[in-house]
Design a protein around this ligand. Structure first.
Ligand code: ACM
Ligand code: ZN
Length: 546
């Protein structure tokens, strides 16, 4: 179409036009507007140009976002018409794979990524620049955005074990991550309170381990309901979710938490515990003494069998093997565990107790198995106790100390310190105004999340390079519904995304001025969200729960 016709087409339809605003969350690294040049009007004749299969997927997602926001159904084509198009490319010669440039003139918009993922982040910026939803055309001001993230690992975790969120909810969670430029979904699949992943070689893990007979009431009181609770993902559902995430340039990192947090597995296979049971799928929260027996060869075989299926289901370079909160009281008394300690010649010394060293041995077994299958491992920061195995990535949760120590030892680390990054903590200084949350942490406000700086000032550039990213964790003991997951994560996830993406100096007031436009996206998608830091006119319109 000739430019003149494009103008005609725009003026032919009587939809109102609204103007885009590129000051989105997370804030792009550079926005340069061409002050006196005319902008690009997106209308019903605008098409999206995608010249290969990767961009075709990106284009379909962009078309969906635009349809949701404006009611326009943009056509996806493989060759650019004369004008009035949005072209998606990935020929930007920049090393950072998530970088993109977004150029706007009156003829067209070009989003050029360093890779298809980079293009996708340009698409997210374009989508988020639409200031509100409605039956509108959109004028995008002329200019250029050049952008790239600070961290390659931008994670969000969801515990689906304490409470179970079905495949449709998990997909919505993945959509929420995409909206915030997050590229790693840490899926916490197994717990004392429920095993949520179908394992074909050990069917009792879900037949028995996914169901508990009731749940503790309130703040981990001594009272229980007697309502059977359960749920798990079939392998077909998992494959579908992994693909759904990959289409949105998100890698799913599964976590099989071991050797602690395994009471549901022990309920299914009691001979895998030190005492032989019987065990129940746990009905309360906290840390149980019942863990896998590290002196029993069958346990190592179980771990291998599970991890083999995990590798088959999840293409992720990293597999998370937990390692947190594993009490040693059973191991101290267990003849098999103590025999293993003697056989391995483990001794208590400055480097840790002999039981901590047994845990290092246990983790190394899983890590070696994964390495043989071409995978790397992530573990919670307890894996530093008793000696961390070479190549393991440390996820620092009890504070920043684990991540700092790991980086100084030359390990990669992911920062997720509870004080800043635990989205199960209440989000209001006045706890009484909030639904029940995890009580062991102080309230975690949006501002506190935003304030987090993951790299200590004293770090050398080499040490800093070992901090590969930042993640927030949403543990679900006190989060019974997916709508509540959204309330706990939005808009704290917006603050998280600035920590993960932006290299600019902190500017919380500036962030707050940009947030309402992002909330328009939440409303458009029907997400529930917390309203503490929003201006009244943004907050007052209740979102619909999905
Ligand atoms: C954790 O919060 N137990 C990693
Ligand atoms: Zn044992």
């Amino acid at each position: 179409m000739l430019p003149a016709l494009a103008v005609l087409a725009a003026s032919c339809d009587n939809r109102p036009a609204i103007t885009a605003d590129y000051d989105v969350v997370p804030l792009p690294a550079s926005i340069v507007l061409a002050e006196n040049a005319p902008g690009f009007t997106m209308n019903k004749n605008t098409c999206i140009v995608a010249s290969d299969a990767d961009q075709q997927k990106n284009a379909e997602l962009l078309a969906g976002y635009i349809a949701d926001l404006t009611g326009l159904n943009l056509k996806v084509v493989d060759k650019a018409p004369g004008s009035n198009f949005i072209s998606l490319e990935n020929t930007l010669g920049v090393e950072n794979p998530d970088a993109y440039a977004l150029a706007v003139n009156s003829d067209n918009i070009c989003i050029n990524g360093a890779t298809p993922a980079g293009t996708f982040y340009g698409i997210q910026t374009l989508r988020k620049s639409v200031p509100e939803a409605g039956e509108n055309n959109v004028v995008f001001p002329a200019g250029e955005i050049v952008d790239q993230p600070r961290f390659g690992y931008r994670g969000a975790h969801l515990d689906v074990a304490r409470h179970f969120f079905g495949p449709d909810s998990v997909k919505i969670f993945i959509d929420m991550l995409a909206l915030h430029n997050i590229n790693r979904f840490h899926w916490h699949l197994t717990e004392d309170q429920g095993w949520r992943l179908e394992i074909k070689s050990h069917p009792l893990l879900t037949e028995v381990g996914s169901k508990r007979s009731g749940t503790v009431l309130g703040a981990n009181t001594q009272e229980y309901d007697s309502i059977p609770y359960g749920g798990f993902y079939t392998q077909d559902e998992v494959r579908d979710i992994v693909k759904y995430a990959a289409d949105r340039h998100i890698t799913v990192i599964p976590e099989i938490d071991m050797p602690g947090h395994m009471q549901a597995a022990l309920a299914a296979y009691p001979s895998m515990g030190c005492t032989g049971g019987p065990y129940e799928v746990w009905r309360r929260w906290g840390v149980t003494d019942e863990v896998l027996c590290a002196g029993n060869d069958s346990v190592y075989k179980l771990v291998d069998d599970v991890l083999a299926e995990v590798c088959d289901l999840f293409p992720s370079e990293y597999i998370h093997i937990g390692g947190d909160e594993c009490p040693k009281v059973r191991w101290e008394k267990c003849t098999k565990c103590q025999a293993k300690i003697r056989q391995l010649g483990l001794k208590s010394d400055k480097g840790g107790t002999k039981e901590q060293k047994l845990q290092s041995y246990f983790m190394k077994h899983a890590q070696d198995f994964l390495a043989e299958h071409g995978r790397k491992t992530i573990g919670w920061d307890e894996i530093l106790e008793g000696g961390v195995n070479p190549g393991a990535v440390v996820m620092s949760w009890r504070g920043e100390e684990g991540g700092i120590a790991a980086a100084k030892m030359g390990h990669d680390a992911i920062m997720t310190p509870s004080k800043y990054m635990y989205f199960d903590f209440v989000q209001n200084e006045d706890r009484d105004k909030e639904p029940l949350g995890a009580s062991w942490g102080k309230p975690l406000t949006v501002e506190k999340v935003y304030s987090y700086e993951p790299i200590p000032e004293t770090f050398t550039p080499e040490e800093a390079a070992h901090i590969i990213g930042v993640q927030a964790n949403t543990w679900a003991e006190y989060i019974p519904t997916f709508s509540h997951v959204q309330y706990m994560t939005l808009p704290r996830m917006a603050a998280l995304s600035e920590v993960q993406w932006s290299s600019a100096p902190k500017d919380y007031e500036g962030f707050l001025t940009r947030l309402p436009q992002l909330v328009e996206q939440y409303k458009n998608q029907g997400y529930n969200y917390a309203k503490h830091v929003l201006p009244a006119e943004t907050a007052e319109q209740p979102a619909q729960d999905k």
